[in-house]
Design a protein around this ligand. Structure first.
Ligand code: 13P
Ligand code: SF4
Length: 295
């Protein structure tokens, strides 16, 4: 799609519609998109994903224009956390480091110490000097980390979660295993701890892709947003992939249609703006994460 627009790079998340993934210059998970955003040389970056992904690209590229083709496409989990709640948690746990999952607003990142994604959350927490960590805003990812660190993890808010991954149940996985005997079950760490325990593998979307290539299983049940099936089918030919539930659809990711992406590229709009004060703090938290060796 950017062939006629050499000044534009189109980045797409693994969850967007198949035709948008196919039109993109790069497709990846949140960590890969954050890294790619710092490595692109074009004056315009278009992010086909939800708002925090475009904001992250904008914060990391103050000298370039980042376009988010559908500004209404917001991460429902990120929307629920305001910076005031982070400051209150800091006051309650003054010795704790604040780790913000990238699925947060720039305002929340700006009052955090370091960011993480689902691909590197355990590594980020273990790299910190502090023995206590305030982990924002997904309680399921926080539980995943807490099970893999000796540090004390305080999830904030206590009930934060992704409404898409939260609906998956161990019964869904059992039903999928019955339907596809011998299949491997992969889930995202935004799923509940009970679902993660019932799965064979838990990982970010990039880690799922790697595991799908490596597993000897020929059939894989995929416990994450349904867009991931296209990425897996495209990149891992010869294996079969089935959704763990037909309900795993993120409506905000689906707002990113080919039409809105095309229109944004033609018009070079709408651009993402983050105020300088917020961007500075958010950039520090993101760059601290990106400075760590990759997972
Ligand atoms: P990944 O970082 O694994 O791609 O996940 C992003 C996300 O929004 C999960 O719901
Ligand atoms: Fe946010 Fe969940 Fe959608 Fe990911 S799937 S963007 S965490 S609402």
């Amino acid at each position: 799609m950017t062939r006629n627009h050499p000044d534009v790079t189109l980045l797409a998340h693994n969850y967007v519609r198949p035709e948008v993934q196919d039109a993109a210059d790069f497709v990846g998970d949140s960590l890969e998109l954050a890294r790619l955003a710092t490595g692109t040389g074009t004056p315009f970056i278009v992010v086909a994903g939800v708002d925090f992904m475009a904001e992250t690209a904008a914060v990391l590229n103050p000298d370039r224009t980042v376009l988010h083709p559908e500004p209404c496409a917001s991460c429902a989990m990120a929307l629920r956390l305001r910076p005031e709640a982070v400051l209150a948690a800091r006051a309650e746990h003054p010795d704790a480091a604040v780790v913000a999952y990238v699925n947060t607003s720039a305002e929340v990142k700006a009052v955090s110490d370091i960011c993480c994604t689902s691909a590197n959350a355990v590594q980020v927490v273990n790299a910190l000097e502090e023995d206590e960590v305030i982990f924002l805003p997904d309680r399921n990812l926080a539980a995943h980390v807490a099970a893999r660190t000796t540090k004390t993890v305080f999830p904030v808010p206590a009930l934060g979660c992704c409404p898409v991954h939260q609906i998956l149940t161990p019964a869904d996985l059992a039903a999928a295993r019955r339907a596809y005997p011998g299949a491997e079950v992969m889930v995202h760490p935004e799923c509940t701890p009970a679902v993660q325990d019932a799965a064979d593998f838990t990982g970010s979307t990039s880690q799922m892709l790697r595991r799908a290539r490596e597993t000897p299983a020929g059939t894989v049940i995929v416990g994450t947003e349904i867009g991931m099936l296209h990425r897996l089918e495209r990149d891992v030919p010869g294996k079969r992939f089935f959704p763990a539930s037909p309900l795993l659809v993120c409506p905000d990711m689906k707002m990113m249609t080919l039409e809105v992406v095309e229109r944004a590229i033609e018009r070079r709009s709408p651009a993402v703006t983050v105020t300088a004060g917020v961007a500075g703090g958010a950039r520090a938290a993101l760059e601290r994460m990106l400075a760590l060796p990759g997972p």
